[in-house]
Design a protein around this ligand. Structure first.
Ligand code: NI
Ligand code: MN
Length: 255
């Protein structure tokens, strides 16, 4: 199981409670992965390594996060963001990895359904139902297919859905990878909206759900509160509505 605490609740010590109410203690800090939503689709996972997913934020830079690894879901500008400028080891679909290599980025290509380990961190590339054009290239070029990731680090499995419609094979992501955390787009228009994302959350089955890809711009304006309330009323999942820059600490607990 997993436990969590908000970064602004650091006075709470390293004790988690299981579903049965039994308390477990575990080693401080290193037992945790810190997850920070930087805004839009951009998420930083800090543990053994720093993994930065979709390094784009509106009107700012994520360069100061200094990630070890960048994971890129697809080629759209609001995800590619600073990938080329960062020039970090970058995990992406093979088609984008080849493009990135021409730009001097040390990219590691993979493809849908595949898994690989980079610097001890496990990446599984999951399907996403979305388009994938590489906008970085000016007029553009073929970015293969859009993807999501299951990233496993420090005993915690995080599913980042990327940009996607709802699809029923999200049930397979639950069965195969048992994610502890699901990062799901809810902004609508270009991705799932709230109604679809509620079903996605149930398909994926992660105990911790974090909405992303909303309220960055007017076209994806959404109130995340009904999403949180509906899920928490009907399931034992917990929805964390984070502010940009806000973190959760998530740890794997044995026993
Ligand atoms: Ni997109
Ligand atoms: Mn997008």
């Amino acid at each position: 199981m997993t436990v969590f605490r908000s970064a602004h609740m650091n006075h709470i010590t390293n004790v988690g409670t299981s579903a049965t109410g039994k308390f477990h203690s575990f080693a401080p800090t290193s037992a945790y992965m810190q997850l920070t939503w930087l805004g839009h689709s951009c998420v930083l996972l800090s543990g053994t390594k720093k993994v930065l997913i979709d390094p784009f934020i509106e009107g700012g830079s994520v360069a100061s996060t200094d990630p070890d690894i960048v994971a890129l879901t697809h080629g759209h500008a609001d995800h590619m963001g600073e990938t080329v400028a960062l020039k970090k080891k970058t995990v992406a679909i093979d088609d984008i990895a080849k493009y990135l290599k021409t730009k001097g980025v040390p990219a590691e290509g993979m493809n849908l359904g595949g898994s690989m380990t980079v610097d001890g961190i496990s990446f599984t590339m999951t399907p996403a139902v979305h388009s994938a054009w590489i906008e970085e290239a000016g007029i553009g070029c073929n970015g293969g297919a859009a993807a999501g990731f299951v990233i496993r680090m420090d005993g915690v499995a995080v599913y980042h859905a990327g940009d996607t419609a709802l699809f029923s094979d999200m049930k397979l992501i639950c069965e195969l990878y048992r994610p502890d955390v699901a990062l799901l787009p809810i902004g609508g228009r270009f991705t799932m909206g709230i109604a679809e994302a509620m079903i996605a959350a149930n398909f994926v089955g992660a105990k911790i759900v974090i909405p992303i890809h909303y309220n960055t711009w007017e076209k994806i304006t959404v109130d995340p509160l009904p999403f949180k309330m509906a899920i928490e009323r009907t399931t034992d999942m917990k929805v964390h509505i984070l502010k940009p820059g806000e973190s959760l600490e998530i740890g794997a607990v044995k026993g």
